[in-house]
Design a protein around this ligand. Structure first.
Ligand code: MG
Length: 298
């Protein structure tokens, strides 16, 4: 299933399901919650009740083009949990920059590097990204597979981990490199408002039996910048969930961004950053594509 959050022509935000380029409100299909975060939290009984209803949908929905898609979880209840340097080639390109963020040289992480993005970063799959040169002139792209937790758990074993996943979506972990460098820590530079585009929908876990075999790509103004596969993740989705949950309860609606492959802007020669008017597109095969323009103030 492809689950969306969207606003209809009356501007009301709601949860829906997308199929064949159409969108149906969950609330029109039965007694389901009106927001996606509540539907996720409702658990497998609600998910299993929806699935056969969706399989029968053919026509009569709203056209996908007529609605404005929001991030699937427009306002997460917690910070987004993010992994740093989870692909070897990206770890190496970052180390080669030899700045304050790459103190470990070419060492691959023995334990995942974990940081977070504030909930206020989250924005829609086609939203404009705010740009303020007074804050940062080094905005960079990072396509990532995002995991949405569906079932609460603590001390989750690696073999049980994928049973706790509700689904997957595409996430662009936009990063202000100058702020990261200045503050010697990821959080502020990763947490500018509107700097976490997500979507266009959550593909439920049953449709992605192997999250370690997904191609993920980024284009800027139509030129490809990143082309990787989750097969190259250092810490798999299952291992990540197991490690994160050792002392911290993961809850329905929690979002984990699983790191980016190589090809980010700041590690290029010369470095490249997003400018007002640029269009950045991130795609994961089997999930979908998000497309965001950097606000040019027009
Ligand atoms: Mg990242």
């Amino acid at each position: 299933m492809q689950l969306v959050s969207f606003v209809d022509k009356d501007g009301i935000p709601m949860a829906g399901v997308s199929r064949n380029d159409q969108v149906w409100r969950l609330a029109d299909l039965g007694p389901f919650p009106s927001t996606l975060i509540e539907f996720i939290a409702a658990g497998s009984e609600a998910w299993n009740r929806l699935r056969p209803l969706v399989a029968e949908l053919v026509s009569g929905g709203l056209s996908l083009r007529e609605v404005e898609l929001l991030a699937p979880v427009p306002r997460p209840r917690k910070n987004i949990i993010c992994l740093g340097w989870n692909y070897a080639a990206h770890a190496r390109e970052s180390a080669s920059r030899r700045d304050a963020l790459a103190t470990d040289a070419a060492q691959l992480p023995e334990h995942p590097i974990v940081f977070t993005k504030a909930p206020t970063t989250v924005t829609g799959p086609h939203a404009k990204v705010p740009y303020d040169p007074g804050l940062s002139t080094e905005i960079d792209w990072e396509v990532e597979l995002a995991v949405i937790i569906g079932k609460s758990g603590r001390t989750i074993s690696q073999s049980d981990a994928l049973d706790h996943v509700f689904g997957y979506t595409v996430l662009n972990d936009l990063s202000a490199r100058d702020i990261q460098r200045r503050h010697k820590q990821f959080f502020l530079g990763k947490s500018l408002d509107g700097h976490c585009p997500m979507g266009p929908w959550i593909v439920t876990a049953d449709a992605i039996p192997n999250p370690q075999d997904l191609r993920l790509r980024t284009w800027v103004n139509g030129t490809i910048k990143q082309d990787g596969t989750t097969a190259h993740q250092i810490f798999s989705v299952a291992r990540t969930i197991s490690i994160l949950s050792r002392g911290m309860t993961l809850e329905p609606g929690d979002i984990i961004a699983t790191g980016t492959p190589d090809g980010v802007g700041y590690a290029r020669t010369p470095p490249e950053f997003l400018r007002p008017g640029d269009v950045v597109e991130c795609e994961i095969e089997g999930i979908g594509r998000i497309r965001n323009q950097i606000d040019a103030g027009d």
